[in-house]
Ligand binder design. Structure first.
Ligand code: ADP
Ligand code: MG
Length: 414
């Protein structure tokens, strides 16, 4: 479990190195690891220039890499996803915009391509990957993958994320999703994976890309539940939400709903009045209301963490207040944004019934995971009861793990 993270990391690094040498018959020159992430609050606001509050988690992607001995064709293998030979030069020459139809190899291919565009002389690589994240489960396996590959590739050429620039690496990995995987994701995921600080949440402003590390208070223990239901980001639900949010901003000729909110002194009510006056109606109103109230919730949650860091007397009220924000966030995602599922709703309901301060779906929705904030020391007991209830209702238990806020991606040469 995650409180044995260091031991587990060493074991997992050894395992990815063994996988590398078994697959390719030589030893890796560098290894890297990158966490997944869970967003505490601030869902579906990243493409509205909003503010988010993620943490990195103690699960992630391990990468081992070395230059391909032949010097020509790259070979990528990922545990559970098979091995592919990629003629790097031919693929990159043929189509720099690879798009959504390709397989998972587009992610590492894109990272290498964009590192080269950035002037890093990455040679054709042999690359082995393992992941302890659910894939497509809303914990950002994709950003964990791209950032781990970037870190490993930089280490192969004698550099690292710090030298390249962590924020720059995050921008590069976002562009990989856009250009090579056809996923129009926001800037949050690679940012937290590349920039996280251990035991801290990160308030990240998706408009100016600034960030602030906020200590996670001891009073909160976090559990991640996986509903087992899988979303598909490239299917219609995400695109239609994106269109609604953009339509709402265009209706009042604002560059984003975030800008509208700022113009209304941060008041979601005033912002909604302006949208109503401009004639916005139908589901777009509810989608906009989610985004506007969610940004206000992120501000409130970040303020609670800031207060806890400077004023220990707030510790007693912190848990319940933080929990109420999570609950309100889930309600908004369920009713206004309509991205929840019966499984996610049930986990939230059970978690609160068994003593969590609050819980909400995390990630894009349509399946995926729930984050619950529990009193310190009670997280595992709450989670076990939730899994039982879930099994009674749906026939099989949901999986879960307790996670501290983990650190950012790192690499080392072998
Ligand atoms: P999320 O990032 O929430 O887990 P996405 O849909 O953004 O979900 O990304 C999932 C995709 O990322 C997978 O379909 C696969 O292409 C790729 N991926 C992530 N991790 C791995 C891995 N360890 N090995 C191979 N592909 C991976
Ligand atoms: Mg992703």
């Amino acid at each position: 479990m995650d409180h044995h993270a260091e031991h587990t990391d060493a074991t997992r690094l050894d395992a990815v190195c063994r996988q590398f040498s078994n697959a390719f018959g030589h030893e890796p020159a560098a290894v890297a690891q990158a966490p997944g992430r869970v967003n505490l609050i601030g869902e579906h606001v990243d493409y509205a220039d909003g503010i988010v509050l993620p943490i990195a988690i103690g699960r992630g992607t391990m990468a081992a890499a070395a230059p391909t001995p032949s010097g020509t064709s790259s070979r990528f293998c990922s545990e559970g996803h098979g091995e592919v030979a990629v003629d790097l030069e031919a693929s990159l020459a043929a189509s720099p915009q690879i798009g959504p139809t390709g397989g998972w190899q587009n992610y590492p291919l894109g990272v290498i391509a964009l590192l080269r565009e950035a002037g890093v002389a990455v040679p054709p690589l042999d690359l082995a990957l393992t992941s302890s994240l659910p894939i497509g489960g809303g914990l950002s396996s994709s950003a964990s993958l791209t950032v781990s590959v970037a870190a490993a590739a930089l280490a192969v050429v004698g550099s690292d994320l710090d030298e390249f620039g962590r924020a720059r690496a995050a921008r590069l990995c976002r562009e990989v999703e856009h250009r090579f995987a056809g996923v129009p994701c926001g800037p949050m995921d690679p940012a937290i994976v590349a920039l996280a600080r251990e035991d801290h949440a990160m308030r990240f402003d998706c408009r100016d890309k600034s960030w602030l590390h906020l200590p996670m208070p001891n009073a909160l223990a976090l559990v991640v539940f996986d509903s087992g239901v899988r979303h598909r980001l490239d299917s219609g639900g995400y695109a239609s939400r994106l269109r609604s949010v953009q339509a709402a901003a265009s209706s009042i000729a604002a560059p984003s709903l975030r800008q509208l909110l700022d113009d209304c002194e941060g008041s979601p009510e005033k912002a909604l009045n302006r949208l109503a006056a401009a004639g916005l109606d139908g589901p777009d109103v509810r989608r906009a209301r989610h985004v506007l109230t969610e940004v206000a919730r992120v501000r409130a949650a970040a303020a609670l963490l800031e207060a806890a860091a400077t004023d220990p007397t707030t510790a007693a009220t912190l848990g319940p207040e933080f929990g109420r924000i999570l609950q309100a966030g889930h309600h908004s995602l369920r009713e206004d944004f309509e991205v929840s599922t019966p499984e996610l709703d049930a986990i939230v309901e059970f978690a609160v019934a068994h003593g969590a301060f609050g819980a909400r779906l995390t990630g894009a929705g349509f399946g995926g995971c729930v984050i619950a904030a529990c009193p310190q020391g009670e997280a595992a007991a709450v989670a076990a009861l939730v899994a039982d209830d879930f099994a009674s209702r749906f026939g099989a238990p949901c999986t879960w793990f307790v996670s501290r806020a983990a650190g950012a991606a790192v690499s080392q040469r072998r």
